[in-house]
Design a protein around this ligand. Sequence first.
Ligand code: B16
Ligand code: MG
Length: 216
Amino acid sequence: MIHGVIFDLDGVLVSTDELHFKAWKMLAEELGIDRFTKEDNKKQKGVSRMESLEVVLSKGNKKYTQEEKEEFAERKNNYYKELLGELDEQAILPGAVECLKMLKSKGILIGVGSVSRNAPLILEKTGILPYIDKVSCGLDITRSKPDPEVFEVAANKLGLNFEDCLVVEDSLVGIVAGKEIHMKTLGVGPEHAQLRADYAAPGLAADIDWKGILGA
Ligand code: B16
Ligand code: MG
């Protein structure tokens, strides 16, 4: 029986992927890397800021010190935060609010499990925060997905057993993380069919068998 649903943020509730891509692209160009593409950007889905930086740097051939890398990650985050300045409810993905309302009406607890350190800002700017019972984000953890830490923290904050939670994710690393601690998983987004989750749907606006999932 599912008592709580833990949503990933980027690519599940909101669409900030394009802004991440733009910000990384700006940094890549400054570093003389002009081969950073949307395909490379897919590898950054759900992984931490520093791991995402490595994806960008792997497209170039220079070595950098840890100090330089930290400056690059901060620079990208500043570009990203500037882009987030214009974020509003239009960034909410189709079906997300309806889904949150439906789950709330059934007494299901709602958590967010995102490795983004900007998750609280994004939730506030899009107006989603009032629907969320507990947030677990990059500020709460030391290990990024596929490590399950972000979902463990979310379940603990909600006061639920891991096996009574459903994780909703658009990334493979997120599904792996949820499965690792025996949470049920629902894969969404363009790659939903390849995520090998317990359940799959193109997005939250799809015809999802919530009755079956929650009662299972
Ligand atoms: P930040 P999620 C993830 O969010 C993104 O998918 C990933 O691309 C990004 O690198 C990561 O957050 C860190 O984000 O730089 O804002 O701390 O999918 O776990 O909600
Ligand atoms: Mg995601």
